[in-house]
Structures are given as C-alpha cells and as structure tokens.
Design a protein around this ligand. Structure first.
Ligand code: SMG
Ligand code: MG
Length: 358
C-alpha cells in the first residue's frame, strides 16, 4: 500500500483511494535532488502510468542521462528528445536534476522561476460524491478552512443540478467544474445550462486529446473553458489559444515534461493575455513543493489545486504543507524545492526501489 488518502477521490474516469508514485532521487558530486512522477496506478488520466514511467526512466531516460555526462537540467530536453511523449517520466528526472542544481547553488526553485509572491492562493478540487448533501458538506468544510476556490468534479448525469445546488448555497464563491474529458459536443446543452451558474471556468469538458472541438464549444458558451489534459506543452497551449479552444490554462508541470516546459507554457499564455493556474495530481510533499514554486510566478493569477497536505493524506511524505486561514500556502524558501522526504516516513511506505548507476 502506498500513501492512503484521507477520503476516496472520484473523478469521471475512476476512484483513487491511495497514492502510489515514483520518486526519483538523483545524486551529483555536490547535492541530491528529488523529482516526483505524477503518473498513477492506471493509464486513465493520461496514457502514462506508473509502470510505463518506471520502464521509460529505467530503460531509456536514466541511461541517456548517464551517457550525456555532465549535463544541466536545461539540456535534458535535447538528451531525452529521442523518446517521444512520456512527459511524466521525463518530468521526474528534469525536476530532480534541476532540484540538485539549485540545492548546490543555494537557490530556491521559486527564485529561479521568477516567483513574485511568497504565498500562493489555494483552491481545492472535490471529487464526485454519492449525494448532493455530501457534496455540500465537503464544500462547507473546505470553505471553512479558507480555500479560495472550489472545483467540483462532474460527469454526465451528476453535473447541472449539483452545480446549481452549490451555487445556490454559496452565491459569491469562485466555483469551477472539471469533467476530465467525459463529454462530447453532443452534450453542449449541459454546458449552456451551466452558463447560468456563473462558473469561473469549465475544465476539460471534451476528449483528452482534442483542441478543435473545444474551440467549437467555447464559441457556444459565455463561460471560459480551461484545458488540462489536452495541453502537453507550450506548443499545444499556443495552438489552443490561437484556435480559441480555451481562455484559461491549467498548468501541471508533471503533465508537460517538468517545470522548465511549464515555465514556457506560462510564458506563452502570459504573452497571449491568458491566465493560468497550477493544477494538481494528488502529489506528495515533493511534487507539492514543486507546484507551489511554479504557482508563485506572475501569470498564475487564479487559485490553483495546490491544497494542503491534510486535504490528501493523514500523513505526508514531507513536513506537511498547511493552509493559512486566508486560503494561502507559503512557497518553500529553502534551496531547490525546499522540501525532502522524511526518511522514516519514506522507508515505511516504499514498495519498490532500484539504484541506477552510470
Ligand atoms: O492534486 O488536488 C489535487 C487534484 C486536483 O482535480 C485534480 N486533479 O484533472 O485536474 C485534474 C485532476 C487530475 C487528477 S485525478 C487523480
Ligand atoms: Mg483537470
């Protein structure tokens, strides 16, 4: 068993009850660095999953890294270019190598990325519940803790009425929905009805690889669409914006190949006047620390899915990240990502370990 979740997290594609992920620890002559892979137990959110990422890292990416010799994180895109896709696997090593570099230099990831704030505004993503009452109770609880934006997972049949119930209970909150690609253009009417709930955005309503049909849907709606799964990097973001497929972008560094490509997504969106926010993949404290640094960049103007450790795990792998009553979490200030696994904690939940050497 990996890290148990505080409660099951149900989306339109399945239910998670535990977190099992790959952590890379790279060792250089002067420092160590950590990278967390955002793949999960099954290839459901994306084509990548823990097994494919483990294989990509151990069979192709790590050997290429060793062959390349003395490389910096910024060179890894080229070193890894012979492997197509597998962005979550690549992100694991890019982030770990960058973390080691920054720890050696004594620079925080936030400072390296040009972070402009010491604390970031946090939202929370709420899974699909059995009943509307249960959903209302969770929303009330998270708002009470201070979360600045509520995102509801939706799926066909559990959408408009649920959203209307939450909107009626909380007329003024920042409220959004995430469909995780569960709908088709034939469902456009669902989204036209949601237009009356003053949502901050509708995230990834259509197919996980689509851009063109999202553009068609966006033309039919007042509410802003946000793309998540469809954005694999800066080129996709540029195409989606150009085609009018979304007006907001969810940046997940793990999905796009690491924090360096995530910064390029940020920059493309900033230049086009499109706000971004930091997505989440139920990360442990390692990925969370990485996300918090990213979320402190200037064009991250909307609260992200960077919730507190306690929203996910009874016990995190690192010192826990805590939400302040104003709905913010501090950006780690230490060198690199500014967080490390607690050794005993890591040991007690490690399922598999492999040491790779040049
Ligand atoms: O880390 O708080 C989190 C999860 C946020 O909803 C969330 N993530 O599509 O944005 C998304 C989902 C993907 C993960 S589902 C296991
Ligand atoms: Mg999403």
């Amino acid at each position: 068993m990996g890290l148990p979740l505080v409660r099951p997290f149900r989306t339109s594609f399945g239910t998670s009850t535990e977190k099992v992920c790959i952590l890379a620890r790279v060792e250089t002559d002067h420092a160590e660095g950590w990278g967390e892979c955002v793949a999960d137990l099954e290839p459901d959110f994306s084509a990548e999953w823990n097994g494919s990422a483990w294989g990509a890292i151990t069979e192709f990416l790590a050997p290429a890294l060793f062959r390349a010799g003395d490389v910096a994180a910024k060179d890894l895109e080229g070193v890894f270019a012979f492997v197509r896709g597998n962005r979550m696997a690549k992100a694991t090593l890019v982030n770990a190598v960058l973390d080691a570099e920054l720890r050696e230099r004594g620079v925080s990831l936030g400072a390296y990325l040009g972070a402009q704030r010491e604390r970031v505004a946090c939202g929370v993503s709420i899974g699909i519940t059995d009943t509307t009452d249960a959903l209302r109770a969770q929303v009330d609880g998270y708002l009470g803790e201070g979360y600045q934006r509520i995102k509801l997972k939706i799926e066909p049949g559990l959408d408009v009425e649920r959203v209307e119930a939450i909107r009626a209970a909380h007329p003024g909150i920042l409220l959004s929905v995430d469909a995780n690609a569960a709908y088709t253009l034939a469902d456009a009417d669902v989204f036209r009805r949601l237009d009356d709930s003053a949502l901050l955005m509708v995230e990834q309503p259509l197919h996980f690889e689509d851009i063109a049909q999202h553009a068609s849907l966006q033309r039919q709606l007042r509410t802003d669409l946000c793309l998540d799964e469809s954005i694999r990097g800066a080129a996709d973001a540029a195409a989606a914006i150009e085609l009018g497929a979304c007006r907001i972008v969810n940046v997940k560094q793990g999905r796009v190949g690491g924090v360096l490509e995530a910064r390029r997504v940020h920059d493309v969106c900033r230049d086009a006047g499109v706000p971004v926010w930091c997505g989440g993949m139920l990360e442990t404290g390692i990925g969370r620390a990485t996300n918090l640094a990213l979320a402190a960049m200037p064009n991250f103007t909307l609260p992200g899915d960077t919730s507190a450790s306690g929203r996910y795990f009874p016990e995190d792998l690192t010192e826990p990240f805590v939400l302040a009553p104003d709905g913010t979490i501090g950006v780690p200030a230490g060198p690199g990502i500014g967080a490390s696994p607690l050794p005993d904690r890591l040991e007690s939940c490690t399922l598999r370990r492999e040491t790779l050497r040049p």
